[in-house]
Ligand binder design. Structure first.
Ligand SMILES: [Zn+2]
Length: 306
């Protein structure tokens, strides 16, 4: 903050008089008229400087400071399913950028516990100990929306898709606080019930274009239910992501990014199509993180969202 005397010493003319009125500098008449408009103070306040006079207070000591850019914008980086090997192999990226991710685990009992040795379980434990969040992604990755349309009740869904692996995870030292719907297929009636078990739930928006995402973003601002924006390779578009991040920054919003596997390079053969499509490359992941951090947007885990 610069006191008025310091501003004078730097030959910067004071904008407000001691009584709070606007100084009429030797400017062309039209500019003086412009300065006299009532919204001048607001204009100045919004264009890079905060002045003591902005609040309409006594401005005997006019103070200037850089305006504070929104520091409430947040980005969550999340990965779904059970690709523990890939996630673990990318610890160097998370460490390099000091980013904590959220891993939503599904098929914990079937895939992770039943791997040939304890490797996957140990790797998931290390990721948790690194400070990453281990969230929950259901027991067998069924589509809740389809099940609901087929008449499956919340109670049945809970017994088959929530309770079993949630208990297993807890038995093995994990304490999932958040849940991500498989396929992002959200069921409002189930979401209400999930509030009893989780602090926050993640869905998936069907709007994958940046502009559309943000057009619909407002309706996804329920703090409990948040919709993710895909950064899987078949959907990742850096121009759209830049647009969304810029909008996020100016609106002090929250953005949930979601992917699955983390791979060295996109798959080219048809056999590896799944691996190539539902994945992000290590290089693209690093670029995404750099884009977020270049805007000074904090990256937090899903459970850390305010
Ligand atoms: Zn999934």
């Amino acid at each position: 903050m610069l006191p008025a005397v310091a501003i004078d010493h730097k030959h910067i003319p004071r904008i407000f008089k001691d009584d709070g009125s606007i100084q009429l500098w030797s400017r062309p008449l039209t500019l003086q008229k412009f300065f006299l408009q009532q919204n001048l103070k607001t204009l100045i306040c919004l264009t890079g400087f905060v002045l003591a006079g902005c609040a309409g207070q006594n401005s005997a000591a006019v103070q200037v400071a850089p305006i504070k850019v929104c520091d409430q914008a947040r980005v969550v980086l999340s990965f779904d399913d059970s690709s523990v090997d890939d996630w673990y192999a990318s610890r160097d990226i998370f460490t390099r950028y000091n980013v904590k991710a959220t891993f939503f685990v599904s098929r914990f009992g079937k895939k992770i516990l039943r791997s040939s040795d304890a490797t996957l379980l140990n790797k998931l434990t290390v990721l948790r100990d690194d400070g990453h969040e281990i969230g929950y992604h259901s027991t067998s990755h069924k589509n809740a929306k389809l099940l609901s349309q087929q008449g499956v009740s919340w109670k049945q869904y809970y017994q088959k898709e929530i309770a079993p692996d949630l208990a297993l995870l807890r038995q093995h030292g994990f304490a999932p606080q958040t849940f991500a719907y498989p396929f992002g297929a959200e069921v409002p009636a189930f979401t209400k019930q999930l509030k009893q078990h989780f602090s926050r739930v993640r869905g998936f928006t069907t709007e994958m274009e940046g502009k559309k995402y943000f057009k619909n973003y407002q309706k996804y601002r329920d703090p409990f239910l948040q919709m993710a924006f895909s950064i899987d390779s078949h959907r990742l578009n850096f121009a759209e992501l830049a647009l969304v991040l810029d909008e996020l920054h100016s609106s002090c919003g929250t953005l949930i990014l979601a992917s699955h596997k983390i791979v060295d390079r996109p798959a080219t053969d048809s056999k590896a199509r799944y691996r190539g499509v539902w994945a992000i490359t290590r290089a693209d992941l690093a670029t995404v993180i750099e884009m977020v951090q270049a805007r000074n947007i904090r990256m937090v885990t899903f459970n850390q969202l305010i």
